[in-house]
Write a protein that binds this ligand. Structure first.
Ligand SMILES: [Fe+2]
Length: 332
């Protein structure tokens, strides 16, 4: 096979490198990261530089690889974020390719994590907000078209809590739940974009409070609560979000019994997207590992939500959510 750039000094082990699907490679584009081929040498894998990051991949290269039954190329772990950004641009095409649903779920989830790292790094960037909308469009396509999307996407959800992974988890859970409830595609676009950005206001709250282990003082809690209004104000300044997408941001801490914030809205005043956002937000917070508590099992989290926290949620949606998780076989 025509290995374009023979390796000189790469002594890479399997620990330095990760496989990627050949079908995610885009033709006629400079990838921006090095691509490697795997060879077996004395029963051990070794990696040969196949395409330097600044070289265009031609159609003939891909065809040659396909003719040689190559399914995977390899990239450096250190260039993984570059790869996810490269996949992001073609996500809508990739989710429609004949790629294993597990791999698609992995890409969809990690592309979102990558976007959200950038959003939290630069929350006032209009470009980053635009990226979230494109991701939602690709992800809704994937979720609606793929039979196994639900179970696979749920298995991706991270158990370690960071604000940016929480946003991705909440969005994935919320979109899958929205599909279960029978929301239409337009509604899924709206709720998805809002869920992804629901905690963006946390970038404007003192990080020492956000990262605090354990209890907050009354004043600190007042500060944390401001993340809702601060989030709305950031998004309004940037623009580019549809009106319906504001509901998850504005209402994810409102409670059915009127005891929530920032407005203390009652049952009839909370939008459907706000009710869904409240449920998936609390569920993800309870089932991920925090610095001050272990991740709760789904059953235990739902018992709390349906018990001592009952007044916080719309009970019809909570019942449906419990059924949805049961149907997704996430109880473990
Ligand atoms: Fe929040």
């Amino acid at each position: 096979m025509n290995v374009m750039h023979k390796n000189k000094d790469y002594h890479l082990s399997a620990n330095d490198i990760i496989p990627i699907e050949l079908q995610t490679i885009r033709i006629g584009i400079i990838p921006g990261f090095n691509l490697f081929l795997q060879n077996m040498l004395d029963n051990k894998p070794c990696y040969i530089l196949y395409n330097k990051g600044d070289h265009v991949i031609e159609k003939s290269h891909i065809e040659e690889l396909q003719n040689n039954k190559v399914e995977n190329l390899y990239i450096l772990k250190s260039e993984q974020r570059k790869y996810f950004k490269y996949v992001e641009v073609a996500l809508q095409r990739i989710v429609n390719e004949n790629i294993d649903v597990k791999e698609k779920s992995y890409l969809v989830y990690n592309v979102a994590k990558n976007i959200m790292l950038d959003v939290f790094d630069d929350p006032r960037s209009g470009t980053n907000i635009g990226r979230t909308r494109i991701w939602v469009a690709g992800t809704v396509d994937f979720i609606m078209a793929s039979e196994g999307a639900s179970a696979n996407m749920l298995s991706m959800v991270s158990y370690d809590y960071y604000t940016y992974t929480h946003c991705v988890n909440v969005t994935v859970l919320g979109l899958l739940f929205a599909k279960y409830l029978g929301l239409n595609v337009d509604s899924m676009h709206l709720i998805g974009a809002g869920l992804l950005l629901h905690d963006i206001g946390k970038t404007q709250v003192d990080s020492s409070i956000i990262k605090r282990n354990g209890r907050l003082s009354k004043d600190e809690f007042v500060e944390v609560k401001k993340h809702v209004e601060k989030g709305v104000s950031i998004i309004k300044q940037i623009g580019g979000l549809d009106d319906g997408s504001y509901y998850p941001i504005v209402q994810h801490h409102e409670r059915e019994d009127g005891g929530g914030y920032p407005c203390g809205l009652g049952r009839n005043e909370i939008h459907q997207f706000g009710k869904i956002a409240k449920i998936v937000d609390v569920y993800d917070a309870l089932t991920t590992r925090r610095s001050y508590s272990e991740a709760r099992k789904p059953f235990s989290a739902l018992t709390t939500m349906n018990g001592e926290m009952k007044g916080h949620f719309n009970l019809q949606y909570l019942k449906q959510f419990i059924r949805f998780l049961g149907s997704g076989e996430v109880f473990h």
